[in-house]
Design a protein around this ligand. Structure first.
Ligand SMILES: [Zn+2]
Length: 405
């Protein structure tokens, strides 16, 4: 792989060229194989510029020429596609009890994956060591093709300084210069993103958000957050706290939240909140596996809770219905403010059946401005439990190869 995306001094022509490279690569990522003529039409660039740019991308190994495509007459055009082996990226995602690391190629295929567990009581250096061990276990022999490591960090993160500031799921996780720790260990450029928010980036690059420029992605697992994509880019806010939806008050007389307010969304709709409600009503719980885990004080994921609802557990079904209605109530307000084209739901809730999503949708339609919901689509993420790790990998692409168009 060449260095056409290497950092250079600010030169307007060069920046334009880099952005045109990104545009072509993004188009091939979204649409699959295309001819030079297709690319020229879709980007509205002239054919000779496209020719020059494409030749350079081929020379640098980012795209491949494949056999001729179909033609409406005359010579059949040569098709171009992304070279999936052009480079590799490591994506890491962790929260209170687990770490996942993936090695993905330029074509977004997972080449290798590893999971490890964290004890929430671990001190911060132990956690960093476990993260590094998990990263090491996905590094393949051709390390020189890896362009960077993306890390999805839970809680409050300073992505510019590379510091994990605070996360209430890990009591000892305070002011951790995690980027430096990882960068020093592997000598690879390392980028941080807030873990649940990065799921929006994953959808933008690899998932159902590929063809949308304005959408929100609601990630729900133990915690919950929104990723907001505006004009194709992840909106972080001035202090990087954009997308915090967990403490929206949805029930003014609800139970007290750790933040001091009453009736926050996370009490009803996050994995942690739902599990707490199950614990309180465990006499009604039928699902044996969750019952056992609660008795042994083990953590239960939102995936497991939704699976129990699907298998007929009435308590889980009831709580899941409420969770979806409250999400609808909170998301309706975001829809009014941002007016997205699409809402993507990622994380454990994607296992829930249509009837639950209808509850959420009805609530959004009931509460928000009619015009804002007329063309609004709601989709489930297809990235499953990998959404966070893919998101961390997408953060590397964003920095190294450019934002999608
Ligand atoms: Zn709260």
């Amino acid at each position: 792989m060449g260095n056409i995306f290497a950092d250079t001094e600010i030169d307007r022509n060069l920046l334009r060229k880099k952005s045109n490279f990104s545009r072509i690569l993004d188009l091939l990522r979204k649409q699959g194989a295309l001819s030079k003529l297709d690319i020229a039409k879709l980007t509205r660039m002239n054919t000779s510029s496209v020719g020059t740019l494409v030749d350079e991308l081929i020379r640098e190994g980012y795209i491949n020429e494949i056999g001729p495509g179909s033609s409406t007459g005359g010579r059949r055009p040569v098709l171009l596609e992304l070279n999936p082996h052009a480079c590799y990226i490591i994506g890491v995602d962790f929260e209170a009890t687990s770490i996942m690391a993936v090695l993905v190629n330029f074509g977004a295929q997972i080449i290798k994956e590893r999971k490890a567990s964290i004890n929430p009581k671990d001190d911060k250096l132990t956690i960093v060591r476990k993260i590094n061990d998990t990263i090491r276990s996905v590094i393949e022999k051709d390390k020189e093709k890896i362009i960077g490591i993306g890390v999805g960090v839970p809680g409050i993160v300073d992505t510019k300084k590379g510091i994990g500031l605070y996360y209430n799921g890990l009591p000892n996780w305070k002011d951790v210069p995690i980027r430096d720790f990882i960068q020093m260990e592997f000598s690879l450029p390392t980028y941080l993103e807030k873990n649940i928010r990065s799921m929006a980036l994953a959808e933008r690059y690899f998932g159902v958000g590929k063809n949308y420029n304005n959408f929100i992605c609601l990630g729900v697992r133990s915690g919950m957050a929104l990723g907001i994509i505006i004009d194709g880019k992840l909106y972080k806010g001035s202090s990087e706290t954009a997308g915090e939806i967990a403490h929206f008050v949805v029930e003014s007389n609800g139970p007290k939240c750790q933040c001091g307010q009453k009736g926050c969304l996370q009490i009803y709709s996050s994995g942690k909140g739902i599990l707490e409600r199950i614990r309180k009503a465990k006499g009604e719980l039928k699902d044996i596996s969750i019952k056992n885990k609660i008795e042994k004080e083990k953590s239960v994921s939102l995936w497991e809770i939704v699976r129990a609802a699907r298998n007929g557990d009435r308590l889980c079904q009831g709580l899941l219905k409420e969770a979806m209605q409250y999400i609808g109530k909170a998301v309706a307000e975001i829809v009014d403010v941002i007016n997205p084209e699409l809402i993507i739901v990622a994380g454990g809730l994607t296992l829930a059946g249509k009837e639950y999503f209808t509850l959420m949708e009805e609530e959004i339609k009931r509460k928000s401005v009619n015009m804002a919901t007329r063309a609004l689509r709601i989709e489930k993420s297809q990235l499953g439990e990998y959404a966070g790790a893919y998101g961390a990998a997408a953060a590397v692409l964003m920095e190294k190869v450019g934002a999608p168009y």
